[in-house]
Unconditional design. Structure first.
Length: 255
């Protein structure tokens, strides 16, 4: 692409970002990217439900597959880090757009003008709160299971199943994660609805199915995510194979 073409494209993107409708569209698109990741992430997490696999847990295989995807054409974990970069950019743009749109709406409102009272759902009224809490949780989640910085419980690189099992033997981690997915469900319910409005997909004949879809998808995601910590904590899912083997050996010694 020529320099003139690049300047024209840059100007068009700037104009799109500067306009209110353009900013809403970008927020909707980045929100869609994040939603698709959340769905895939939940499906990946559900690999934990297959148990310890006698030392070859399916979730460990899945995590290793993600890191090795694209080899040898692409360096180890290259695709994974590329996805993380896209998600980080999408998250930053999403948050920035929402903050700027909120500020623009407040500035456009006349001083001392009472806001029009609208009948709004709980998920709509709490978007700012749930969004802030989810951002804090994302940081916490990365520090715990990606960088392994929050090592209150034993954590080891690559031992995903064992890491999850050890973490979710602690009730407070279970509470944190279950509350987080509840906040996620509320946030997504209104977010999906807003997305369809921004992209012009809503209509009187489609509004009810869209609301039902948004609610249903939010519930499915919440249940899918919450099932992992709950099933680990209640011992429905077995301990890691190494821990089971050690316990068996120890029991044999003292018997």
């Amino acid at each position: 692409m020529s320099a003139t073409g690049l300047r024209r494209t840059r100007t068009q993107m700037t104009d799109l970002w500067d306009s209110t409708i353009g900013k809403k569209i970008i927020v909707a698109v980045t929100g869609t990217i994040l939603l698709l990741y959340v769905i895939l992430h939940m499906l990946g997490n559900l690999n934990s439900l297959f148990g310890n696999g006698a030392g070859d847990a399916r979730v460990d295989w899945y995590a290793d597959w993600l890191r090795g995807f694209g080899e040898p054409l692409i360096p180890h974990a290259g695709i994974l880090w590329a996805v993380r970069a896209v998600l980080l950019i999408a998250l930053i743009v999403h948050i920035t757009g929402i903050v700027q749109l909120t500020r623009r709406n407040r500035q456009a409102r006349p001083a001392h003008y009472p806001a029009k009272r609208l009948k709004r759902s709980l998920s709509s009224r709490t978007m700012a709160v749930t969004g802030t809490l989810l951002l804090a949780f994302i940081i916490f989640h990365i520090l715990q299971f990606t960088t392994l910085t929050i090592d209150v419980t034993p954590l080891k690189e690559g031992d995903v199943y064992a890491n999850l099992y050890n973490a979710f033997q602690e009730w407070y981690f279970v509470v944190i994660y279950v509350l987080a997915v509840i906040f996620l469900a509320f946030h997504l319910r209104h977010g999906i609805w807003s997305l369809t409005q921004t992209l012009g997909w809503d209509s009187p004949s489609r509004n009810r199915p869209i609301r039902y879809t948004a609610t249903g998808l939010s519930i499915v995601l919440a249940v899918g995510f919450a099932s992992v910590p709950i099933l680990f904590y209640t011992d429905v899912l077995d301990a890691p194979a190494t821990a089971t083997a050690l316990l068996t050996t120890f029991s044999g010694v003292i018997s």
